[in-house]
Structures are given as structure tokens and as C-alpha cells.
Write a new protein. Sequence first.
Length: 353
Amino acid sequence: MKNHNFPYPFSAIVGQDLMKRALLLNVVNPRLGGVLIRGEKGTAKSTAVRALCGLLPEIDVAAGCPFSCDPTGADPAGDGLCAACLARAQAGTLESTRRRVRVVDLPVGATEDRVLGTLDMETTIKKGEKRFEPGILAEAHRGVLYVDEVNLLDDHIVDVLLDAAAMGVNTVEREGVSFSHPARFVLVGTMNPEEGELRPQLLDRFGLCVQVEGIADIDDRVEVVKRRAAYEENPAGFSEAWAGREREVAGRVERARALLPRVVFSDELLRLVAQIAVDMGVDGHRADLVMMKTAKTMAALDGRDAATRDDVARAAEMALPHRMRKKPFQNIGLDKTALADSMAHGGGKGLVR
């Protein structure tokens, strides 16, 4: 049961620490490439993603802009203003407002036009004006795009989402006419592997991947039921009871975002990252880059200005499982013994022990 006015608090979720950490890391550093959360039904996947809305920071947006342009020019990506906002800025009529970063849901049955947006060709031909009807990617710009049951989406739609997430731009072309707008978002996908897998090419495009399982500890299972029952009986009261914890997590995220640009990642750790990638049989170099970014973000989330070997090890747990060379029908997973051996190997001469 969902309550849109009072979503279940992120900090009230029992266990599932790896999943929660992966989500927080992507909130702190949207450039990690998103996260794929795999697991059976009833493991709080959707609950955790939708609970992020209570932790996300407020941002400045141009009032009435469907693309959430940044009217302050402070956006580090430097996307600038859309044509309409630019015209209003030049006329001195551009107004701004503040709102929280959005978590936008993408329905499984969404069409390509609903995702990308559409060009009104009749208006274009008759009046010579480009008229664009924004889609879900426009709504998700500067926010989080959540795709539940991502493995059940049409492969073409998944390709489009991943391309936009990687490039930060959505381009729609119809009969020789094109329209582009910024589309930078954190892509979060959830799936139940029992219902089918994603193609390996698509798996690799997610920055991180975590596996969640049902909680086996009896006391923790009891706590899950008690908290959920209390929430369903009184969503407002339950949310208020956890408001202090939510503010603590939100503050931690805000401080980590500010600290991240100053986090140091040594050459010795880079060698360790490369050694792990080689030892674990990972193709390409995307895994190396994601491990480095994740380890730095991990340090920032912990309030430290330098990454450590432990950060690298924890980053590997999330950056490598979906990139390992697998035999047919082999489940996604990371051999932690092999990872420990690689860490002990040390990543080459000169590595800090």
C-alpha cells in the first residue's frame, strides 16, 4: 500500500543496508550511473526508492519550465536554459521557485512517445514553429527516474533510457525535425530475476548493482511487521516519529555532496582498482571508473576527504557483480573470497598495505 502524502521513511527500513547505501551513493553523486536492484518480491525495493523523496535536497527551478531549468546558473553541468527560459531571462521575466528533487516513476507499459516526448508536426509544418510535448525524461531531469520491473520493459525503451542517462540529453527526431533538451537523472531500476533477466549489454550500463534477499533473522522480521503495521495504521504519525532520523540522513547526504569534490583518490588505490578488475575478469574499463567514483563517494558519505582500501572493497561489491563474465544460467554475484584474494594481492608494486 502506497501513501503519496506520507511515503514510508527511508530510515525506518529494517536491514537491506547494501541497497540503502547504493541509493544514497547515487543521491550524493548522480554521476555514478544509477543502480539496478535485484531481488525477490517483498524485499522493500520499491519502498526504498520511493522513500528517497524525503532525503533529496531542494533545488532552484525556473517557474513553469517543463525541463526544470536552473535559473541561477549554478548547476555544475552547465546545461544552460531552454529556449523559452532564455527568452524570459532576456526579457527580465524569468522567475524561480524551489522544490525538492523529484522521484519520477516510469510505468512498465509506457510508450516511446510518453518516455521521450513528442513533436507536433502539424504545428511545425503550418506555422514553422517547433512545438514539443515533454515526456517522462523531461519530468525526471535533475531528479531520480525510477523504473520498477525494468526487465519487463521493451529493450528499445531501456536502450533509450540508458542512452539519455549516459549523455544527459534527450533528442526527439520526426521527419527531419529534431528537438533536444537536457535529461540528467539518476536511473534506478528494480527487478525480480525470476521474471526474466536484462541483456548483458544493458546490465553493464547501470553503474551499480545490488542483490537483496528476504530477512531471515526472526527479531528483524518481527520489527519489519511492527513498523509496517504502525505505518499503515497512521502514516502521518509514523512519518512524524521518524522525522528526526530522516533529517539526520538528509543532512548526511547534503554534507557528502559538498565534500565530494575534495575527496582524494591516490594512484596506489587506482592500481588496486585496476588489479581487482583484472583479477575478477571484468571486460572493458567502465568498472574501473565506477569503482573509483563509488569509493570516493563512499568516503564523502562517511565524512572523510580521502578514499581508503576499504572504500574500494565496498565499491567493488556493487560495481562488479553485473559485469563479471558468467556462464549460461549462472546467477549474478560476486565471489567475496576471490575479491579478498585480489585485495591481498595488493594491486601491484608500491600499493599502500
